[in-house]
Design a protein around this ligand. Structure first.
Ligand SMILES: NC(=O)c1ccc[n+]([C@@H]2O[C@H](COP(=O)([O-])OP(=O)(O)OC[C@H]3O[C@@H](n4cnc5c(N)ncnc54)[C@H](O)[C@@H]3O)[C@@H](O)[C@H]2O)c1
Length: 350
């Protein structure tokens, strides 16, 4: 019998790229749940899968009807399937086995403006993740992916003066945890702790990842990379940058993120976490330079010092991932940014 996987938050940036990959590389069924709160469109707009039919509140896509979408709060879905683990079959008349792999991307994210601007809203992630792991420990799917974040790392390791390349061991649940980045970082750290509890106390196979700054062509314009690309493509001058622009991040292309997520799912089961980054620190001024060079002009830089910028320098040490799993990102900053720029030109034409 075919397998069926569950992906929450599948209309978001990471979720939809993961689903695209699963559609391409497997023949399995994929059940996706998203409340579309992040303003992303419905699946037919980005999976290239035609709508085949609707059953009650489900939309079923693709010639083989492999993609099944339920619009709604993931917590409502979890409560229903908690009451009846066979819920998909009893309610909708399917004949599916239990979910095999579960990828949990439903979260309130929203970038710096949201993390600093509405921290209590972001704290709702604690509620989504607590209900998620409670369900996981009862349902016992074959494998679970929990995306943590580089925001879980102690902020005092990311200052102007003391920034270091962040290693997995800089978070130690048996020792020092430090102060993560706002409610977003606390929710990710708590999620990682729940993942460990699920593995150790309930025998669940769980992998966690800590992506640094994922970017890609189809990312929302509220995120810095596509927004900067769009402004460079429109030849903005003077060019606005949040803060001084000297603050830096570790930018990693979404295709590399998906590779690493799948690699982690295959190799980690004890709830531990690995970094997903390039290992390089790139400042926002450098990003502006890359894009304006592609656009063929040199603008004046206009710092916006009242905008939220977060920590000064956040980047990954990728040694552990390279040594233990032999994994390295494949897409360079230049190649990745070129792809984003080409998409920005298309977007600007519309
Ligand atoms: N994008 C990155 O670079 C990055 C970096 C670190 C960690 N992560 C983590 O990866 C996960 C996905 O991030 P993303 O960038 O795709 O975010 P996103 O905002 O693009 O996607 C999140 C999705 O979850 C949905 N959602 C929110 N609350 C929901 C709920 N209660 N029920 C159902 N759906 C709900 C939203 O509608 C959205 O489609 C998050 O946990 C995030 O913290 C992402």
């Amino acid at each position: 019998m075919s397998k069926i996987h569950l992906v929450s938050g599948a209309c978001g940036f990471v979720g939809r790229n993961l689903v695209k990959r699963l559609l391409k590389t497997t023949e399995d069924f994929i059940f996706i749940v998203d409340d579309l709160s992040a303003g992303t469109p419905e699946p037919e707009n980005w999976y290239n899968q035609p709508l085949e039919k609707e059953i009650q509140d489900l939309k079923i896509y693709g010639p083989n009807e492999r993609l099944i979408f339920r619009k709604g709060d993931f917590r409502d879905f979890l409560r229903e399937i908690m009451q009846d683990p066979n819920f998909l079959n009893t309610r909708y008349g399917f004949n599916f086995p239990k979910f095999s792999d579960v990828y949990h991307f439903a979260a309130i994210v929203g970038g710096r403006a949201k993390i600093d601007g509405d921290p209590m809203m972001v704290a709702l992630d604690l509620s989504i993740d607590a209900e998620f792991f409670y369900w996981v420990c009862n349902y016992k799917p074959s494998r679970v992916m929990f995306p943590s974040s580089s925001a879980a790392y102690p902020v005092d390791l990311q200052t102007d003066m003391d920034a270091i390349a962040l290693s997995e061991t800089d978070i130690n649940f048996n020792g020092s945890l430090g102060q993560p980045d706002m409610t977003y970082g606390w929710s990710k750290l708590t999620g990682e702790y729940l993942a460990k509890i699920a593995a150790q106390y309930y025998g669940i196979s769980v992998a966690c990842v800590r992506p640094f700054s994922g970017y890609g062509e189809d990312q929302d314009l509220t995120y810095p990379i596509p927004a900067i690309a769009a402004r460079a493509a429109a030849k903005e001058d003077p060019f606005e940058v949040w803060g001084s622009g000297k603050q830096g991040r570790d930018f990693v292309h979404i295709d590399d993120c998906i590779d690493a997520i799948l690699m982690a799912m295959d190799n980690i089961s004890d709830g531990s976490a690995i970094n997903i980054g390039s290992g390089k620190l790139t400042s926002f001024l450098e990003i502006i330079e890359v894009f304006t060079k592609i656009a063929g002009y040199t603008p004046q830089i206009k710092p916006l010092l009242d905008k939220p910028v977060g920590v000064h320098s956040r980047y990954a040490n990728m040694d552990h991932v390279a040594e233990k799993f032999g994994w390295k990102p494949k897409i360079s900053i230049e190649e990745g940014m070129k792809r984003v720029y080409e998409k920005a030109l298309e977007r600007n034409k519309k």
